[in-house]
Design a protein around this ligand. Sequence first.
Ligand SMILES: [Zn+2]
Length: 247
Amino acid sequence: MVFLNGESNKISKLKKVSASLRSNKISIMDKLEIQKLRDLPIEGVAERLGLKIRQHKCLCPFHDDHHASLSFHVRRNTYRCFVCGASGGTIDLAMNLLKSSGRGSFREACRWLADENNVILTEYTSSSLNSNPSTLNSSRAVVLFNHSSSIIADRQYVKSIKKDDFFPSPAAFVYTLPNITTGEIALRNGYHGETSFYLLAERNEKLMQMVIKSTFIDHDIKSVIGGWIDCPSEDEFECEISIFCKE
Ligand SMILES: [Zn+2]
């Protein structure tokens, strides 16, 4: 594989940016993002909150229930208890069930839902990121690598397909491609250079450097956000991203 065609750009690591991806600066959550949370499959949300569902019903956690009075309406994506009258959608359910752990506010419930389902909320982006960039920066590229592709989102998507009621989650589907990562970074920051996501058999620094270096063959590119970002399972997350510049 030849990437460089005799180019000899020196590349230097400048600084790591991964830490800034989760700043505490809070901005208003996007309506679209909240809709994504409302569209998460209600039964999946309930199960993650610890409810045991059988045939769209479970014991109601909001009153002393012995007869599975809480039922789920999968198509409307809602729940309702026929005894105590508790009802609502995904966010209401999370708010009510997280109350006891002190995380029952709307914002906390949204955060919990987002974290559990890999939905990226605008409020997680740093204040330096511009969610609606007015100018496009064609001198910056985004080139990322991993091994596991979008496996977590893929599994969640498959899990959202129910045998008896075929309603896969559109909110999970949008994340079933690894290049959503490069796309989101580019979109939110107005980066208009190359965006690529490569799947590797294993982490290979030499190959990654070669590919990142080759990005500079396009003379408009002055810097590349590049590196390894892999999430093979719910408990494993590796991220090492740097900004590379021509020296
Ligand atoms: Zn009830």
